[in-house]
Design a binder for this molecule. Structure first.
Ligand code: AMP
Ligand code: MG
Length: 407
């Protein structure tokens, strides 16, 4: 059994970034940018109207009011999408719709509500004095050409995809998705939806892994529940080691008589870097490398494998896609947390803000087989080894589950 931090350093020493690929904008959601995105043009690109109204020379509207309207000659219509070649002179105005280019000579927009309205008449009455620049979106007021819009390493969410669309990017350069194989082991495992016979349980871990892998941005290309026999394991694993960047197993890696996963990894030439880590839950944790593959053998107990995925596999997947590991937060315990003397202790927990301070408490069910302890959780709490328990008021490490909110 090796100390947690030592094991972390070993894993970090074997992480690598995946190659880049171009994807169409419409397929880029949730991918990680592998290049900075810069503004290809200013935004707004040209001076345009923020309102449906009349483009005027502000000096022509001085003194205008409902009681004393000013009449201007209506010379043209500028609509959104029409070329910006309209011009107005003294005493003239043009109808100008939202998003339409401001005609040359105009320096303000009067809202249509402050006029006698749109019509085909040759003149229009203006009811309001317009100050220079009124209701005009100025070229470059938001972004200048060449500005850095989004950093490499950012995940593409609606804000990023919308911004890239705004600046005309039809394709983006992103990190490849890690190709992942997940497998569970155990003769006792039955797929949900089927009846259970005596001694059997449902496979839940692969459903958790699959969702986690997808949430992390990876692509699960192989998935299976395998009986506790070496031949079936060999068959699945030799293919997975060829085809995948990351292989993740659950179960079969402990001290049990039928725990063959580690043996088969070794038979297939996987280099073992460690097998047991000073952590609870999840001490039996295998980490190895193949030629171009990282291998994580997580324990079978559902809480151990879920937390193990989040603490070990998730950061590895993110690093492969160019993200820097996010630092856990520090919270104040509202209840005690029992530490382990030589193991790092993890528990699902709940974190929220109280009086401007992040506070948290561990789940009440602490067994590594009790997956329902994750239902109410929005974080994983962790404490370094220590002889004494952590008390209410002490600090604890809070790793917010990325898809949850702090409530
Ligand atoms: P193992 O690591 O194979 O000894 O498994 C430890 C515990 O986790 C046993 O109680 C298994 O039945 C359970 N277990 C293993 N794999 C799964 C799975 N895919 N889903 C749910 N429980 C599992
Ligand atoms: Mg087993």
């Amino acid at each position: 059994m090796i100390p947690f931090q030592e094991a972390k350093n070993i894993v970090n020493g074997h992480l690598f970034q995946l190659k880049h690929e171009k994807v169409s904008l419409s397929e880029s959601a949730n991918r990680i940018l592998s290049e900075d995105v810069v503004a290809t043009m200013p935004s707004p690109q040209f001076d345009n109207s923020a309102m449906d109204g009349f483009a005027v020379r502000s000096e022509d509207t001085i003194g205008a009011s409902k009681e004393n309207p000013i009449t201007l000659k209506m010379v043209s219509v500028s609509s959104a999408g029409s070329p910006s070649d309209i011009e107005i002179g003294p005493g003239e105005c043009a109808q100008c719709m939202t998003g339409a280019a401001i005609p040359k000579g105009a320096d303000a927009i009067v809202m249509v509500e402050e006029s006698s309205g749109f019509s085909d008449d040759e003149s229009v009455q203006i009811f309001l004095e317009a100050s220079p620049g009124k209701h005009i979106r100025k070229q470059g007021e938001e972004i200048s050409e060449g500005d850095l819009l989004i950093h490499k390493g950012a995940k593409i969410s609606p804000s990023e995809i919308g911004t890239c669309a705004t600046f005309g990017y039809g394709e983006l350069t992103v990190f490849q998705k890690p190709k992942v194989a997940i497998f569970g082991t155990g003769n006792e495992l039955i797929e949900p939806g089927n009846p259970l016979e005596s001694g059997q349980i449902y496979n839940s871990n692969l459903y958790v892994f699959s969702d986690l892998a997808e949430k992390a941005g990876a692509e699960v290309i192989m998935r299976d529940v395998i009986q506790d026999d070496k031949e079936s394991l060999r068959h699945f694993l030799s293919e997975a080691l060829e085809a995948c960047d990351v292989v993740i197993s659950s179960g079969g890696v402990s001290m049990g008589r039928y725990d063959y996963v580690r043996d088969v990894f070794m038979e297939l030439g996987v280099e073992e870097h460690f097998w047991k880590v000073a952590q609870k839950p999840g001490k039996p944790l295998f980490f190895g490398t193949g030629q171009n593959t990282l291998i994580f053998g997580l324990p079978g107990n559902p809480v151990s494998s879920y937390i193990g995925f989040m603490e070990w596999v998730w950061p590895a997947l993110e690093t492969m896609m160019g993200k820097t590991e996010s630092k856990p937060l520090s919270g104040i315990l509202t209840e005690s947390f029992s530490r382990e003397s030589i193991k790092k202790r993890f528990l699902f927990g709940k974190a929220w803000i109280e009086n401007g301070q992040l506070v948290s408490k561990p789940a009440t069910k602490v067994g590594s087989h009790m997956l329902t302890s994750s239902l109410e959780a929005n974080c994983i709490l962790s404490a370094d080894p220590g002889e004494t328990i952590l008390n209410k008021g002490d600090e604890i490490c809070v790793n917010i589950l990325p898809w949850k909110k702090i409530v």
